[in-house]
Structures are given as structure tokens and as C-alpha cells.
Design a protein around this ligand. Structure first.
Ligand code: FES
Length: 110
């Protein structure tokens, strides 16, 4: 199987909310990750692009978080309603969706 042109990693990490915010527990990211995979398959893009889930990406607050590689473009606070725009604009068009870009990661650590 050829390598995908781009890989979208969606954090689905879960932890008790009283410990710290997490994408899986607080932002329903498992469902969003599934919706990304479904969208790519439905549009016959799943050979060019791959979406998969991952554990904590280290930023946590304001999620869900995802990163598109090899572009190293980070998204935060997106939902299922944003999938089409991310795929069409960024994966296919090469233009990241500005309004969904993660803020400076240094500010989110902690
Ligand atoms: S829990 Fe998703 S980035 Fe940490």
C-alpha cells in the first residue's frame, strides 16, 4: 500500500476531566475521528489521505486537537461540521483552514 500524501492524526485521549481536559473525554473526538475516516472513504480519498487516531498530542486544552503531517499544521476546537472544509481546503487544496488552526502551542501546555 502506498504511503498517504497526508496523514491526519486526531487525538482521542481520555482522562478524568477533574484531572485535566482531554480530547476524548471532553470533546467527543472519537466520533470526529470516525467521521473523518468515513468522509475520506465516501469520497474515495482514503488512499491518498489517511486519518487515524492517536493518544495525547500534548496540548489538551481547547480541543479536540489534530495535526496534519507532513505539513505540521495543528487544528483545535473543530467538529464534525468542519470535516468537509478541512479535507477540501487543506488536504486537497493545500490551504490550511485558518479559523481552525490551533493557537500558539506554547500557551496550551500545562
Ligand atoms: S488529550 Fe488531546 S492533546 Fe492531550
Amino acid at each position: 500500500m502506498p504511503r498517504p500524501e497526508k496523514l491526519l492524526l486526531v487525538c482521542v485521549n481520555e482522562r478524568p476531566p477533574e484531572r485535566k481536559e482531554s480530547c476524548g473525554t471532553c470533546h467527543n473526538s472519537e466520533a470526529i475521528g470516525k467521521a473523518f475516516r468515513r468522509y475520506l472513504k465516501q469520497h474515495d480519498l482514503n488512499k491518498r489521505f489517511r486519518s487515524t487516531t492517536t493518544k495525547c498530542l500534548g496540548v489538551c486544552v481547547g480541543g479536540p486537537h489534530a495535526v496534519v503531517m507532513p505539513d505540521n499544521v495543528w487544528y483545535a476546537g473543530f467538529g464534525e461540521e468542519d470535516i468537509e472544509e478541512i479535507v477540501e481546503s487543506h488536504l486537497l487544496g493545500g490551504v490550511p483552514v485558518e479559523r481552525l488552526l490551533a493557537p500558539n502551542l506554547e500557551e496550551n501546555h500545562g
